[in-house]
Design a protein around this ligand. Structure first.
Ligand code: ATP
Ligand code: MG
Length: 354
């Protein structure tokens, strides 16, 4: 039995369908991300699970118990909202201890728990501060601590790190993941940041237009996206227009601008007009005369790698070049682009999510 189960969960706002017949099973201790663009229904889904938005249809089942109509405070969940409202007139410690006090925990137990939780989010020693005296990143950590303090069985996080700078966010990804594992709290994270979803999650649910369009482990979702949408949303990709010539037992044979590509289909044969996808880091740059001829149009240095745009007969292709000391060919130079056919993916031009 899954720990949390969403069954055909649906939310309409008048005529508008924000969440459409969503099914999702989450195991105990699992970390799942809802990842998708603005407006795809992430917050609405989370708010239904938390109990702040009433579903139009469908069910929410927690440990076998139907909680669809249960009041939010009876659900025992820790929630960090997208706008993480802290109580400004209270100290950090009082903010974190608020839910514990509501739950009737004694003052001394509360002090211990608040202290532990502050340490957990690395805010030890700041308990006496007023929250208005904190930086944005510290406030977000107080909001996370407040949700963790009650040791919830389910933690719901809505963009909890959106206000942190890149460095702190990266640190928090690791810290929060460690805390989550340490406490064994089943966690559902809402984010539109694909790196955040990939680094933290056991599984990612990619959402589009109120639906889950792919549910997979991060590596799997990135390497084998189910749809053009998931492919483009999870990291950068090159998309080539092609037409299927035929399928054999192992490969789909696709013609792309006079070139014939043999693309392993893994049992998923395609026909007609298709997209061929290949990630920039799967392309290699070599001397002109080997592979697909091209000319470097742009070359950007990004620290750990270079990003090049190469004009080819397939169109403009993005090639990522790892920075291992060598400098890639300069702009305007003639190059050859090569790849392994195993790294190509074929997907139909339009995937209906209906
Ligand atoms: N109370 C409401 N009344 C009417 N429409 C709403 C309401 N709440 C949300 N919506 C609409 O439902 C859709 C999904 O909203 P939701 O807040 O779930 O998106 P989201 O995926 O969290 O987006 P973001 O990344 O911008 O936070 C949006 O189009 C939004 O305008
Ligand atoms: Mg939202």
């Amino acid at each position: 039995m899954p720990f949390l189960s969403l069954a055909q969960l649906t939310k309409h706002f008048d005529d508008f369908v924000a969440v459409q017949s969503m099914d999702l099973d989450i195991e105990r201790g699992e970390f799942i991300s809802l990842l998708g663009p603005s407006g795809c229904g992430k917050t609405t889904t989370l708010q239904m699970i938390a109990g702040f938005v009433t579903p139009t249809a469908g069910k929410i089942v927690l440990e076998g118990q139907d909680i669809t109509r249960l009041r939010p405070e009876k659900r025992g969940m820790g929630v960090v909202f997208q706008s993480y409202a802290l109580f400004p007139h209270m100290t950090v410690a009082d903010n974190i201890g608020f839910g514990l006090e509501m739950g009737g925990m004694s003052r001394s137990e509360r002090a211990t728990r608040v202290g532990e939780t502050l340490e957990l989010v690395r805010l030890g020693g700041l308990g006496g501060r007023m929250t208005r005296e904190l930086s944005g990143g510290q406030r977000q950590r107080v909001a996370i601590a407040r949700a963790l303090a009650i040791r919830p069985q389910l933690l719901l996080l809505d963009e909890p790190m959106s206000n942190l700078d890149a460095q702190l966010r990266e640190d928090m990804h690791i810290e929060l993941r460690n805390i989550q594992r340490h406490l064994g709290i089943t966690t559902l994270l809402v984010t539109h940041d694909q790196v955040e979803a990939m680094t933290m999650s056991d599984r990612i649910a990619v959402m589009h237009g109120g639906k889950i369009v792919q549910l997979a482990m991060p590596f799997e979702a990135y390497e084998r996206p189910d749809s053009p949408f998931a492919s483009a949303f999870l990291g950068k990709t090159n998309s080539l227009r092609g037409r299927v010539v035929s399928n054999n037992a192992r490969c789909t044979i696709v013609s792309v601008n006079e070139h014939t590509l043999h693309i392993p289909h893994g049992g998923r044969e395609s026909t007609g007009d298709v997209h061929v996808f290949v990630r920039p880091e799967k392309l290699r740059l070599g001397d002109a005369g080997i592979g697909l001829p091209g000319q470097v149009k742009t070359r950007l240095f990004l620290g750990n790698h270079w990003m090049l745009e190469v004009q080819t007969s397939f169109g403009l292709m993005r090639v990522s070049f790892p920075n291992i000391g060598e400098v890639p060919p300069p702009e305007y130079s003639q190059v050859g682009v090569t790849w392994s056919d195993d790294d190509l993916r074929v997907l139909p031009l339009e995937v209906s999510h209906g």
